[in-house]
Design a protein around this ligand. Sequence first.
Ligand SMILES: [Zn+2]
Length: 757
Amino acid sequence: MLLRFTRQSFFLLAGLLLSHYSPAQAPAPTKPLLGFAPAQASAEYTLESQFDAQLKADNLREWMKKLAAQPHHVGSPYDRENARFMASLFKSWGYDTRIDTSYVLFPTPKIRVLELVSPTAFKAGLVEAPVKEDPVSKQTREQLPTYNCFSADGDVTAELVFVNYGVPSDYEELERRGIDVKGKIVIAKYGGSWRGIKPKVAAEKGAIGCIIYSDPKDDGYAQGDVYPKGPFKNETMVQRGSVLDMPVAPGDPLTPGYGATKDAKRLDYKSAPTIMKIPVQPISYADALPLLKAMGGPMAPAAWRGGLPIAYRLGPGPAKVHLKLTFDWKTEPVYNIIATMKGSEFPDQWIMRGNHHDAWVNGAADPVSGMVAVLEEARALSELAKTGWKPKRTIVFAAWDGEEPGLLGSTEWVETNEQLLKKNVVAYLNTDGNGRGFLGAGGSHTLEPFFNQVARDVTDPEKGISILERRRAANLVNGSPEARQEAQSGTDMRIEALGSGSDYTSFLQHAGIAAMNVGFGGEDAGGDYHSVYDSYEDYVKFKDTDFAYGVALAKTMGRCVLRLANADVLPFSFQSFSNTVARYGSEVKKLAETMRAETDRQNQLIQDKRYDSVADPKETLLPPTRKEPVPYLNFSPLENALLRLEKSAREYDKGSKKESSLSDAQKLELNLLLYQTERYLLSETGLPRRPWFKHQIYAPGFYTGYGVKTLPGIREAIEERKWTEADQQIRSTAATLDRFTDQVDKAAAITGQVSVK
Ligand SMILES: [Zn+2]
């Protein structure tokens, strides 16, 4: 999986002309550095220049060639080969290296049949055609077939219904048109949500099968030339991917909440709650066309129609399809490579840096482009170590396996080592696929000022300005009104909140470890995601052609690692966090108000028969169903907690400027407090209906998948109109924030600003 960025249009020529322009990057010791006194800051800047000087784009290129040479999904020989190769690299650089193995369920297809049985006959090919320009696309023997991992076994025949993106609101539209998917097979477009939401909602609505296809309007020729002429999806390309119910819990579905060690107790796969309940198959637009063309029924709403040369109709039928899927429900090893450089002063404080190494097929972009940056960072640090330098804190590199099927490697590793990690890990720094263009960063807002300083100090390879300034310019030119306003104000760039979609998930949302997820993109659009064409050829032709952004990523993440590892006082701060959570608080309050007004308005329209008055008598368009009015909720516990947090955060950030006058014992106590604060944002009981997710500020959406829900307990209770639960979640979130603020007060007491009450 990988982070996707908004596409921006820029002048390619300007980018090319400037791509080798790199102005002298003299470290400016006068620039303040969070966590370092001025004299130490200057030494840190020198160290970072030495680190930068080590980084070589050619290493990234050579490792990508090697790691993406063959398909390397979970359980494949090349997955193991890559794990051994990377372990040998880390070892050769002097890291204490081991391969930690977990044993996870990894179903692969035995039988895949999708056919139109009436009114005409058509059998879907379900194959991506090799192209001569891209040699690895011909490795058909080693490739996994196109499939959705953790689909159910099934053999179903039924009429088709077109459900747009297959999110809950799409079903409300269908309902108004008198269309029920019970007993039917739905066909949904990729996009609009994480893919696993589509079969999940379809099954909840009573559908017995689900087909997901890539529509050329969203992902294909409507965007530009298709592969291999251009980077966009050609007619046979298919997006593979997991449909494990990850918003409930990622990781091995047979060992929920604990490590999938060799002898762990396992559920029967037939009763595992996170495995999809209906069969689901992804297809290309060439395979989708005959199915959609054979459909009847009312026209799909204008916004639902795609880019195929047909009238998009909703069904049900008369197109009737047969979908038969059988899987081999086997257990496979996943190999996590863990490489450690021990800290000289605080060996029990770990800075963790990771990326996954498994792919759906060859995976040059996803995940190898991020993985090779991690390798180069590790190599560059080992060169610094050869000169006698040692990090104060321990640095742990991780190359995760089994990310694609459901964050299996990292989740099982975190579950196996949970107590130790909660005690020792200061922060987890993640990347996944990397591309060309603009900085994208998400993470814990206690690290926002820290990360802004990092981005301030890295130069964009195409423009010669900082990656922070380029991001700011993009926000000013193309951003939402809110992003524009923020960029204008000159304050810190706001980092995104993290939902899910890569290996930070277990660290942040299960173990309460502050995390960041970073990557570049926006100038590297394409349709290769999770297909056989995500290859080295594709990457060097259409993405980060000269690996300049791979090096920029290594500079960015290397700085994060170095600063966290060496800081005198850990660079956590609390005002950005406090402001951000206060904003989330206003959002959920406004959400309830907007829903109340909208519900009242719509109920009035229904009562006054306005919908009946406008409906075309020759078509079916029922009024929406009347909804229960939205009651007034009591937000005051949350507001009081936020007010208290704001005061304490201000006190700490004010005091943190005096930290250099603290004794060593005080610094040690303070640092322990600081990196443990994120743990206090967990609640032991977790979120309603998904106790694995324990973070009370950030979670992936139950009905959006990767997309984040902030203050998830409160926000989702309101969205799902569970008013009693909303009230209870407001109180429990407020209590969580109060426990967090207690820790901030303790930290502020050490820096001498307030006394602990
Ligand atoms: Zn990935």
